[in-house]
Design a protein around this ligand. Structure first.
Ligand code: 6GU
Length: 263
């Protein structure tokens, strides 16, 4: 996969030299280039920002350097999908990571200040697909940290980037539930024991315990995910655990248990 990242702080992206992503770059599985947006300016001060039209706080990123930078991506026949980190983008999910991992070429445009002149998005959309995305409902100073997160989430799904491909299936969000808790040796540490079922060698019981823990943890931490679970995908045991956590099947979904009104 090819990835191009544009930023006024290319050093912010140096963590992409490390660990499994760094290794994927060195082995050629990932062809990732970080570009300094200021290389697409032509004035002595390498200016990338200006005052907001209509007034107001802060500065806005000028359209010209962005246009010149993004046009370098539209020279040949192939086009990347342009991902734009923004608190007003579509929430990034594991499903989006899976989609993006299938693409040949991604590009990221990291905004800073109060954002990028809106006309840049309109212009970019005439050249390539553009997808604004958000990591969640909070504000970062710029898109760089969000790009680190998305590149890691996507690149680890490219075949060969993670040695142990099995670790990709049993993880949070891969099937709509959070992951079960994990333990290692020693069996007793600071008076706390590893749940005995995990030491029992009964694989069916271990699988059942792990499934129960995933359901309980999801119900407690992420009730929104229980609300979109399909009861068809649950067994009797699942439904008993969810009932214990206060959820009952209601047609094609689960809903919080509603006590009958006494009359
Ligand atoms: Cl993707 N960018 C910025 N600047 N802030 C964010 C974000 C992205 N996601 C959450 N907050």
């Amino acid at each position: 996969m090819r990835i191009d990242v544009f930023s006024i702080f290319p050093d912010y992206l140096t963590p992409l030299d490390l660990s499994l992503i760094g290794k994927a770059r060195r082995t050629g599985l990932l062809d990732l280039t970080v570009h300094d947006l200021r290389d697409f300016t032509h004035d002595r001060h390498r200016t990338v920002d200006d005052a907001p039209a209509g007034g107001g706080a802060g500065m806005v990123m000028k359209p010209e350097p962005w246009a010149e930078a993004l046009e370098t991506l539209a020279q040949g026949e192939a086009r990347p999908t342009l991902l734009v980190p923004s608190p007003s983008g579509k929430p990034f999910t594991q499903a989006m990571a899976r989609e993006l991992a299938r693409q040949d070429w991604l590009a990221f445009a990291c905004g800073r200040y109060e954002g990028i002149d809106e006309r840049v998005y309109e212009h970019a959309a005439t050249l390539m697909p553009v997808q604004p995305f958000s990591l969640g409902d909070y504000v970062l100073n710029g898109g760089e940290v969000a790009v680190l997160a998305v590149v890691e989430a996507v690149a680890r799904l490219i075949p060969g980037v993670i040695g142990n491909a099995e670790s990709l299936v049993e993880e949070s969000h891969e099937d709509g539930l959070l992951e079960y808790p994990v333990y290692t040796k020693p069996a007793v540490w600071q008076d706390r024991e590893v749940p005995p079922v995990l030491m029992s060698g009964h694989h069916a019981q271990i699988d059942r315990w792990r499934r129960d823990e995933r359901l309980r943890r999801t119900a407690r931490r992420r009730p929104d995910l229980i609300g979109v679970l399909d009861p068809e995908g649950t067994d009797k045991n699942d439904r008993a655990v969810l009932l214990d956590e206060g959820w009952e099947p209601a047609g094609s979904r689960f809903q919080p248990v509603t006590d009958p009104v006494a009359d």
